[in-house]
Write a protein that binds this ligand. Structure first.
Ligand SMILES: C[S@@+](CC[C@H](N)C(=O)[O-])C[C@H]1O[C@@H](n2cnc3c(N)ncnc32)[C@H](O)[C@@H]1O
Length: 280
């Protein structure tokens, strides 16, 4: 069946899909360094094509992103984000960077933590998402201590050692070279500062897997079709989650980026994990 993004017909939960899922960690780490191709959901694409494909997804979902987030997670994303914000270690007057900040949930929390004497950079590669986010910030009366700026996580336009805390929430799995993005986040973090990564991860409650698979591959695209007339973007969401490095792999990647005390907390049985690393 032809689809919105010109990709192959989905093969969810069939033999092909399982193979890809089983190889997900291998694909994420090895493709990034040694291969001309990478994954876009369950599809292999040329590395240089992935950012454009991801941009199409977020151009398409930007207008309905916040309502879909609440619907898809049953409001849980608010708790996961609150858990992340409680661990920034930020104090009034400090400076923070929200990478892949999108519609601004984390930026808003960071801006409140650093207060009027501090500053937050709200960044994203996608102008449509950034625009929805900066409009929301203005609506909430937050603006004077926030700068919104288009930026690729793989090439952050900030100086070394300039941020007390660097966050990325539900953004890393969309980045082509995840290790490079983590290296960049560690580079701009100040010694004494912290890098936090909130992302969908691997279930640790095994009996939930069939329910979670059905929800991801059947309910999510149907919800996307119903609310946003866009099943493909939400199918990509489910696939990209399965292709993201698992908890231990991501922890090792943060260490590889030079961060210390790298650890993670599983949330909602591992549906999501918060990873943290300190810079000394
Ligand atoms: C699922 S949204 C998350 C938005 C927000 N952080 C939140 O938690 O609601 C993922 C975001 O990652 C952004 N993104 C994807 N690839 C990126 C990249 N290479 N650099 C920066 N942002 C990127 C997308 O444009 C999108 O806004």
């Amino acid at each position: 069946m032809p689809s919105r993004f010109g990709r192959r017909a989905p093969t969810h939960l069939d033999g092909n899909t399982r193979d890809l899922r089983d190889e997900s960690t291998y694909n994420c780490t090895v493709n990034n360094e040694n291969s001309d191709t990478t994954h876009f959901g369950f599809e292999q694409v040329a590395r240089e094509a992935k950012a454009g494909r991801v941009r199409e997804v977020f151009d398409s979902v930007a207008a309905n992103y916040d309502i879909m987030n609440d619907l898809m997670s049953g409001g849980m994303h608010r708790l996961w984000k609150a858990f992340m914000l409680a661990r920034t270690g930020l104090r009034p007057g400090q400076q923070a960077l929200d990478v892949a900040g999108g519609t601004g949930d984390i930026t808003i929390g960071l801006a409140r933590q650093v207060g009027s004497r501090g500053h937050v950079f709200h960044t994203d590669i996608n102008e449509a998402m950034l625009q929805v986010g900066s409009d929301r910030l203005l609506d909430k009366g937050i603006g004077s201590n926030v700068t919104s700026r288009v930026a690729n996580a793989e090439e952050l336009p900030f100086e070394n050692n300039s941020m007390h805390c660097v966050t990325i929430a539900f953004g890393l799995r969309n980045v082509t070279d995840k290790q490079q993005a983590l290296n960049e986040m560690a580079r701009v973090c100040k010694p004494g500062g912290r890098v936090l990564v909130l992302e969908f991860s691997r279930l640790v409650v095994k009996w939930l897997e069939p329910v979670y698979d059905t929800y991801s591959f059947k309910v999510l695209p149907a919800l996307g079709k119903l609310v946003a007339d866009d099943a493909d973007s939400y199918r990509y969401l489910a696939e990209s989650i399965r292709m993201h490095p698992d908890q231990e792999t991501l922890r090792a990647m943060m260490e590889q980026a030079g961060l210390e005390d790298c650890r993670y907390h599983n949330l909602s049985g591992g549906i999501v994990a918060l990873h943290s690393g300190n810079k000394y």
